[in-house]
Design a protein around this ligand. Sequence first.
Ligand SMILES: Nc1ncnc2c1ncn2[C@@H]1O[C@H](COP(=O)(O)OP(=O)(O)OP(=O)(O)O)[C@@H](O)[C@H]1O
Length: 211
Amino acid sequence: MSHELHLDNIRISKDGHELIAIDQMVAAGEVLSVMGPSGAGKSTLLNYIIGTLPSDFTATGAVLLNGADLCALPSNQRQVGILFQDDLLFPHMSVGQNLAFGLSADVRRADRPARIDQALTEIGLEGFADRDPETLSGGQKARVALMRMLLSEPRVLLLDEAFSRLDTERRDQIRTLVFDTARARQLPVIMVTHDQADADAAGGPVFYLTD
Ligand SMILES: Nc1ncnc2c1ncn2[C@@H]1O[C@H](COP(=O)(O)OP(=O)(O)OP(=O)(O)O)[C@@H](O)[C@H]1O
């Protein structure tokens, strides 16, 4: 199913000062890049979308997914997937257990191992289910974190400086994998980044927040 997102005239203020004013469509499979200096409100916008805006902010507007307001749903029902720059895998769990954590509770116990194996194949890590996350390279960890998030069947993807800790080569690879996946699954993406190269690679609209 294809998902279209509309950041519908969202205004977020703190202490009477308007931090964010945005009205922007994000088509299915498209990446909206959000850029701006430190403190401009990039993380605040993501917090608003996932429903974790601190109470000293005031917000108006709506986040419409296929025309329905996401903010009317409790946070755990919004199906918003998010990747952070420090997306740590749980160190006390195997790679397979990390992925199983992302699987929706609806997937039957008997079907879980096959789903995990299929997911590992999709990210080029066949046979890695029993590996300790500490034994993976940075790029492999990033792929597992991406797949763990995708297994939760998000309808929207948020990237919060998700590529900034990767070296240039891995960064290109993971970025391509994320954007290709978003296109294949027809997910709208909002990417917060400091890096113009991320926005260039995304090829979608760019929204600049100012101080
Ligand atoms: N939990 C919070 N409570 C109160 N104010 C906050 C909170 N988090 C952020 N702020 C303030 O809101 C403003 C926007 O912060 P935000 O984290 O959204 O910026 P950012 O653009 O993501 O910055 P950076 O690029 O440094 O991560 C800043 O003035 C910040 O001090």
